[in-house]
Design a protein around this ligand. Sequence first.
Ligand code: IMP
Length: 432
Amino acid sequence: MPIDITIGLQWGDEGKGRIVDLLAARADVVARYNGGDNAGHTVTVGSHIFKLHLIPSGIIHPHTFCVMGSGMVVNPLVFLSETASLREAGVPISPARLAISHAAHLITPAHRLLDGAQETALGGGRIGTTGRGIGPAYTDKAARTGLRAGDLLHPLTFQQKLTAHLESVSQKLIVLYKQPGINIEQMAVDFSEKALQLAPYICDTGALLRQRLHNGQKVLVEGAQGTLLDLDHGTYPYVTSATTTAPGVLTGLGLGMQSKSRVIGVVKAFQSRVGEGPFITELHDELAARLRGTGENPWDEYGTTTGRPRRVGWLDCVLLHYAVAINGVSELVITKLDILSGLPVIRICAGYHYKGGDYNELPAGLSVEEMGEYQPLYQEMPGWQQDLTMVRRWEDLPIEAQAYILKIEAICGVPVRMISVGPEREQIIYRQ
Ligand code: IMP
């Protein structure tokens, strides 16, 4: 049985949570393979707004089994508070429908302290991280000193590893960052008391997924962050510390190369970014304020995790074309088309001017230094004035909105299958 993979094609915040929620209705298993609680997936069901950071948003459907794969970094404290609020909202949570990979790494409060100290030390050169300890936890993983979820199944050795980890971070805080050290005993007691509660959820999720696929079950993969935040293929160093692209799904879940997949690329109708780093089509005027929204609505452009206002700009189709290529995207989903209603003209970046030449693909790769020199080449398209939030059929979209979608399709060379025109489940246009 093939797997369906949803991937963000920009800098995160494309509205993947909402699309996963729709696709999960027809999936047996929903799995996350990367990142941690730096993600923010908002799903609106009637009057209830779910904001999930760590647990796959597919959990909201009562029939799904959810997996948190080996490529993830899991903060047990966030896991417990998220499961508590899901239960409060009437979503059943138990090991019968949620599993954590024994090979996923743990984020401790010490990782979060280190994340903050590192950012402070970087000053003007900071990454603008979410402060959730993501980078330090992946650093420990690569250094082979990390704490894994499977360690929780061996409480005695877990205590030893935890103490060694806290001592090491405390030293770094004091010596490298001139910050107060950690109260190691207290943090060890508080953290392990909570973390050990995760034990019933921990298993070999790779084996579990392979078995379920073998049994013909449908697996939906929920990507976190976006392609341009990928550690290898994003705007390094202004990236997250994980693989955010589709090829990482296999290692992040423990699946083999034979797992056939449909790669659903999710892209917002304009560009947004939270945190530092290059942004070629960024807008700073009242148009930016208009695209961002006031922050009163949960779908306005303010970080779900940190509340920071997002930087916004015109859709960059050069970057989108790149994202489609490196993910092997088979179809596109465009979100938030309704937000562009009312603009007299819409611009779309279809190329860059660089060192005297014009290019419709990245002329010198995705390096931060080169990107500083890329000038956007815009194509202008007429806007539309109609409110799109009630539109449910392609034929009912204004001709200008159809032209905008067709232009994106033509540049990327893949079909647009879904278009969202609002946060509710039914505010979606399906296209064959
Ligand atoms: P970190 O993942 O917290 O280390 O942050 C690294 C960069 O990725 C920062 O620019 C963050 O703003 C960005 N980032 C991380 N997760 C997300 C997300 O889910 N959406 C948007 N940006 C994110």
